[in-house]
Design a protein around this ligand. Structure first.
Ligand SMILES: C[S@@+](CC[C@H](N)C(=O)[O-])C[C@H]1O[C@@H](n2cnc3c(N)ncnc32)[C@H](O)[C@@H]1O
Length: 454
C-alpha cells in the first residue's frame, strides 16, 4: 500500500456528511463512505492541530452498507452539495437525530426532567424540494459556459444542471439561462484573474412563477444582458429577470444594499408565509423547503400557546416566516431583522394583511436604545432563529434582560445550539421540547426547534 494510503472502516458520519473511521494514529474523514463500509483511502489533508485527516476512496473493500442507495443527482460526489444522497432516507433521519443528540449531550446531561430529542420530522419531499437554485458561472477547458457549484476546496466549477433537488422548473430555466448566456456570448467570470462578466445565477420559484437574477461584474455589456432577457422572456414561467452588479471578493453573492436592474417584469416574486403574500427578491433569506418550513413554523406557533393577549418577539425574523405565523395565531409581534430590504418587505406584507406585527431593522445583538425600547418589557415569548453560528454574546444578554417566561430557539446549527443552550441554562432556561425538522434531505443539515422555560 502506498505511504499516503490507509484502510478505513467508517463507524460514524461527521457533520459534513463524510464517513469517519479510526486508523492506528488518527481518525480519517472520507466522503461517500458509510458506517460499516471499508475502503482503501488516499489521504489528501492532515490536520496540523489534531490527530485527524481527510481523504478519498481509492478502492472499496468488502460489502456496501444496506443503507446505501443510488444518489438522485448526476453530479453527486462532485458538486459537494448533497453529501448524503447515497444514504437511504430513513437512515438519514436516524443520523440527523444522533447529530442533534451528540451536539446537545452536555445540556441533556444537566437536564433533570428527562427531556429527549424527538424523532426527526421527515420532509414530505426528498427531491425537487428546493425553491431556490444558486449557480456559479465557470468555463470548461474548451471555453464553454458552465453553471454549477465549486468542487469542494477548489475554484473548479462542476456543472450541476440536471440537479434533482431544486424544483424541476428551476433546473429547466437554469438550462435555458445557460443557452441564452452562451448565445449572447456572455463570458464567465474568473475569480482568479478577476475578469469576465457572469458570476452567479440565482433562480427562485414560488407557485410555479420564477424569477432569475444574473449577478455580473460591473461593466458587463448591457446589450448582452438584454439579449439574454429577450431569450428568457420566451419562457412562460419567467415573471422577472434582474441584473445585479457585484465586484466583491468576499464570496457575498448578493451583497446587502445591492440594487437590481430589472430587465423583465418584476424584481421580486410573491411568496406565501402563513398565508400572507410577501415580496421576495434575489437576496433575502427564505427557507428553501417551503412545505416543511410551513410545518415547522406552525409547530412553533403551537408550542408558543398563543392567545390574543400574547406579546411575542421574533429575533432574526427574515421575511417573517415565524413572526407572521405567531401574528396569524393572534399574538402581537415585534420582529427584528438586520436585512433592511427584508424588513421593508415584511412591514408591507403585515400591513396589507392587517396583522399586528412591527418590523424593526437592526442587529439583534446590538440594538440601539430606541429600538430596544420598542421591544417593550416582559414579552410572553421570544423566538430566536439565528444563522448557523448561533447567538452572539449581545443576543444572549438581550434574552437575559427580556426575561420572557418562554424562549423558542429555532436552530440550523446543532453544535452552536448546544453551546447557546448551555449559556441559557446559566440564565435559568431549561428545554422542555426538542424537535428536529428535516428541511434538507440528502444533506447532513438539520433544523431543531427547542422550547425553553424559565
Ligand atoms: C436562519 S435565517 C431565519 C429567518 C426567518 N426566521 C425565517 O424562518 O425565514 C436568519 C436571519 O437572521 C438575519 N440576521 C443575521 N444576523 C442578524 C443579526 N445580528 N441581527 C438580526 N438579524 C440577523 C439574517 O438576515 C436572516 O434573515
Amino acid at each position: 500500500m502506498k505511504s499516503n494510503r490507509c484502510e478505513v472502516e467508517a463507524t460514524e458520519l461527521d457533520d459534513a456528511g463524510a464517513g469517519v473511521g479510526p486508523t492506528t494514529n488518527r481518525v480519517v474523514h472520507v466522503p461517500n463512505l458509510l458506517p460499516g463500509e471499508r475502503a482503501e483511502v488516499a489521504i489528501d489533508h492532515l490536520s496540523p492541530h489534531k490527530a485527524e485527516a481527510w481523504g478519498h476512496v481509492v478502492r472499496r473493500l468488502g460489502p456496501s452498507s444496506r443503507d446505501r442507495v443510488p444518489p438522485a443527482c448526476p453530479a453527486f460526489g462532485r458538486c459537494g452539495g448533497c453529501t448524503w444522497q447515497h444514504l437511504a432516507y430513513p437512515a438519514q433521519l436516524v443520523a440527523k437525530r444522533r447529530r442533534v443528540e451528540l451536539a446537545l449531550a452536555d445540556v441533556l446531561a444537566i437536564e433533570t426532567r428527562g427531556v429527549t430529542v424527538a424523532p426527526v420530522r421527515a420532509s414530505p419531499q426528498i427531491t425537487g424540494y428546493r425553491n431556490k437554485g444558486k449557480y456559479v458561472a465557470g468555463r470548461t477547458a474548451d471555453d464553454k459556459l458552465v453553471l454549477g457549484a465549486y468542487a469542494p476546496r477548489s475554484h473548479h466549477v462542476i456543472d450541476t444542471l440536471g440537479c434533482r433537488v431544486v424544483a424541476p422548473v428551476i433546473d429547466e430555466i437554469a438550462t435555458w439561462v445557460r443557452g441564452a448566456a452562451e448565445g449572447a456570448k456572455l463570458t464567465a467570470y474568473d475569480e482568479r484573474v478577476r475578469s469576465g462578466e457572469l458570476r452567479y445565477v440565482i433562480i427562485r420559484e414560488a407557485a410555479g412563477d420564477v424569477m432569475v437574477a444574473l449577478i455580473v461584474a460591473s461593466g458587463t455589456s448591457r446589450a448582452k444582458l438584454e439579449q439574454v432577457a429577450n431569450s428568457l422572456a420566451g419562457h412562460p414561467a419567467v415573471r422577472g429577470l434582474v441584473a445585479i452588479e457585484n465586484d466583491r471578493r468576499d464570496g457575498a453573492i448578493v451583497p446587502a444594499g445591492s440594487s437590481a436592474k430589472v430587465l423583465i417584469g418584476h424584481g421580486h416574486l410573491m411568496e406565501e408565509l402563513a398565508g400572507v403574500p410577501v415580496e421576495v427578491g434575489a437576496g433575502e433569506f427564505v427557507q428553501v423547503n417551503r412545505a416543511q418550513a410551513a410545518a415547522m413554523y406552525a409547530r412553533v406557533a403551537e408550542l408558543a400557546s398563543v392567545t390574543p393577549a400574547t406579546r411575542a418577539i421574533d429575533l432574526f425574523a427574515g421575511l417573517g416566516g415565524i413572526g407572521l405565523h405567531l401574528a396569524r395565531a393572534g399574538a402581537t409581534v415585534v420582529a427584528v431583522e438586520i436585512d433592511r430590504d427584508a424588513v421593508s418587505q415584511l412591514r408591507r406584507a403585515a400591513e396589507r394583511a392587517g396583522l399586528p406585527l412591527t418590523a424593526l431593522a437592526g442587529d439583534a445583538g446590538d440594538l440601539p436604545g430606541d429600538l430596544r425600547a420598542q421591544l417593550g418589557a416582559s414579552p410572553d415569548v421570544v423566538v430566536v432563529n439565528p444563522p448557523r453560528k448561533g447567538l452572539s454574546e449581545g443576543t444572549r444578554e438581550l434574552l437575559h434582560a427580556l426575561a420572557a417566561p418562554m424562549v423558542i430557539y429555532v436552530s440550523c446549527g446543532p453544535e452552536a445550539l448546544g453551546k447557546d443552550l448551555l449559556a441559557l441554562a446559566a440564565h435559568g432556561y431549561a428545554p422542555d421540547v426538542i424537535e428536529p425538522f428535516d428541511l434538507m434531505p440528502g444533506t447532513a443539515q438539520i433544523e431543531t426547534v427547542v422550547r425553553l422555560r424559565r
